[in-house]
Design a protein around this ligand. Structure first.
Ligand SMILES: Cc1cc2nc3c(=O)[nH]c(=O)nc-3n(C[C@H](O)[C@H](O)[C@H](O)COP(=O)(O)OP(=O)(O)OC[C@H]3O[C@@H](n4cnc5c(N)ncnc54)[C@H](O)[C@@H]3O)c2cc1C
Length: 400
């Protein structure tokens, strides 16, 4: 957004509570690699120029990439400046920080979509002998007790964490809710390449049937490993991970699981099949069907006949629970009348319901790819154009 505002000669400042790329410095586990290939992290005027376009960045590489971008575009970032409140002001908005106040005509909320790890309220019912972590706090298996681990959530974070913990010798039970299975490589090309080429990632927020639902869809079960292997539930059960259904509660020291595991997996297989059908159709229609490898389908997800519906957390076999159950933003500092009944910001593709206020970096904000680093560029181009015309119209006013 800063780069796009600068292109339009709009005077601005970027306020950051930590260092540039703060979330990547402080909120990721050690072994994480991007699940998007190097070529795919395109920021305005800044592409990948290394010799491994199909590789996946490690966390230190992501930090270098984002910090390098901020430097290359000379972004006017004020680091170690925490925004403590945003409210209506004389010029439009009054932004309070721990380093002084700012008055501005327009404000862009870019504080991230994953500030808080979501944990169900019943987590408090777990026995006190169990250590509980979220995917945001988790760093590596070596920091866990040398015992069994219950990982809750089987999307990108949960499957990656379950995989490395199981491989460390700690037996993992994985609680599986709604998830989206995906092959890493399909017909010889990265799945992200297909989704990019076929326009899946460019699908717009005003084109989908149910945008509220689309914004809640979990991340694809993908991992960016050097061997480009598929990390689905079959890969996990093959190394000994035990699958159970969606966690429904903890009562009397026992974790209780829904009996829907089989259905969840069948649904996920079905959705993967639909995505691959769409890709095959696109390949046929675009003349590359004969150039790439032939279509293939993965075998159905293997689920045991009667997966357990309960797990005794007092028996000593499980000493840790890791909640990989999604994230949510933290807008506790936002003192503007912009929230709906559920506490979400009311906006139309990032144009917030108050004049001069914008949102960026939220799932499916304007396009399916808005969730990814790669989506920021197009969203920023659109929203900076809107913001520029708002400023030109001279409509800045007191908002609250
Ligand atoms: C575990 C995980 C893995 C991911 N993997 C991928 C991937 O493989 N590929 C991909 O493309 N995307 C991935 N993403 C998504 C990616 O993180 C986002 O697309 C991208 O980071 C969004 O950038 P952002 O600047 O909008 O938000 P963030 O990176 O969250 O940055 C928000 C910034 O705002 C600052 N901030 C927050 N509150 C305040 C405040 N009150 N005052 C001042 N500053 C504040 C924070 O310190 C932070 O630096 C992943 C996300 C997670 C959580």
């Amino acid at each position: 957004m800063s780069r796009c505002l600068a292109e339009r000669a709009i005077d601005h400042v970027v306020l950051e509570r930590g260092e540039v790329a703060h979330t990547w410095r402080t909120e990721r586990w050690d072994s994480l690699r991007l699940l998007t290939p190097n070529w795919q992290s395109r920021l305005p005027g800044f592409g990948y120029s290394g010799d491994d376009p199909d590789g996946y960045r490690t966390v230190p590489e992501v930090i270098d990439f984002i910090a390098g971008y901020a430097k290359a575009i000379a972004a006017p970032v004020r680091t170690h400046t925490r925004v403590t409140s945003v409210r209506g002001g004389e010029t439009g908005y009054l932004v309070r920080t721990d380093q002084g106040d700012w008055n501005c005509r327009a404000v862009v909320l870019a504080s991230g979509a994953c500030n808080i790890a979501q944990v169900p309220a019943f987590a408090g019912e777990a026995p006190s002998s169990i250590e509980q972590l979220t995917a945001r706090d988790y760093r590596n298996p070596g920091r866990l007790a040398a015992s069994g681990v219950l990982v809750v959530g089987a999307s990108a974070s949960g499957t990656q964490i379950a995989n490395e913990i199981q491989r460390s010798g700690r037996p993992v039970v994985l609680s599986v809710g709604e998830h989206i299975r995906a092959p890493r490589v399909y017909r010889g090309k990265d799945l992200q390449w297909w989704m990019d080429a076929a326009g899946v990632l460019d699908e717009r927020y005003d084109e989908v049937d149910d945008i509220k639902r689309a914004r809640r869809v979990p991340s694809l079960q993908l991992a960016g490993t050097p061997d480009r292997s598929t990390l689905d539930l079959n890969a996990l059960t093959a190394i000994g991970v035990k699958l159970v259904g969606r966690i429904a509660g903890i009562r009397g020291g026992t974790a209780q699981f829904a009996g829907s595991l089989r259905n969840m997996c069948a649904l996920s297989d079905l959705k993967m099949g639909r995505l691959l059908d769409l890709i095959d159709e696109w390949a046929r229609n675009n003349g590359i069907d004969d150039i790439v490898e032939p279509p293939q389908r993965l075998p159905p997800t293997r689920v045991e006949e009667a997966p357990p519906l309960g797990l005794d957390l007092t028996a000593g076999a499980i000493k840790t629970i890791i909640w990989a159950t999604g994230y949510q933003p933290d807008y506790s500092w936002l003192e503007l009348p912009v929230f709906d009944r559920k506490g979400a910001i009311r906006h139309d593709g990032g144009v917030v319901c108050l004049p001069g206020a914008y949102l960026i970096g939220a799932p499916f904000l304007r396009r399916r790819k808005s969730t990814l680093i790669d989506g920021a560029g197009d969203d920023a181009r659109d929203l900076s154009a809107h913001l520029a015309s708002y400023l030109d119209s001279g409509r800045a006013r007191i908002v609250a």
